[in-house]
Unconditional design. Structure first.
Length: 126
């Protein structure tokens, strides 16, 4: 089932040279994916008026990449998504694997607006 068009600012912010205005996101599923990435890649303390926002998974790449680190990243990702996007998605599963200098994160979630199941695969490297 196609998502209804929305009108949100695309992330990362960019200018549409043809229109001379901010690029807009009109696909709801893509917008939610961008929201998830914002939560995960924003470090706590990075936003001035919301210092507790974010997950800070980029900092975890500098930790020893062990099973314990993978478990910590999994718990951190679940907690951040539940805290900041609970009204938008239901996180079903998070898998984290540490390979060399890379964290591979796989997230399974459901869009609450239309009960569509989605997956997001991320690689976080140095």
């Amino acid at each position: 089932m196609p998502s209804k068009p929305i009108h949100a600012i695309h992330h990362p912010i960019a200018i549409d040279r043809g229109l001379g205005e901010l690029v807009r996101e009109t696909d709801y599923a893509s917008h939610v994916e961008q929201l998830i990435k914002q939560v995960l890649f924003t470090a706590p303390g990075e936003r001035i008026n919301r210092p507790d926002f974010g997950c800070g998974i980029r900092q975890m790449v500098f930790a020893p990449l062990t099973e314990a680190t993978s478990g910590l990243v999994k718990v951190t990702v679940l907690a951040a998504l539940d805290r900041w996007l609970a009204g938008v998605i239901k996180t079903q599963e998070v898998k984290v694997e540490a390979i060399a200098e890379t964290l591979e994160i796989r997230i399974a979630y459901v869009l609450l607006s239309n009960q569509e199941q989605r997956w997001l695969n991320l690689e976080v490297t140095l």
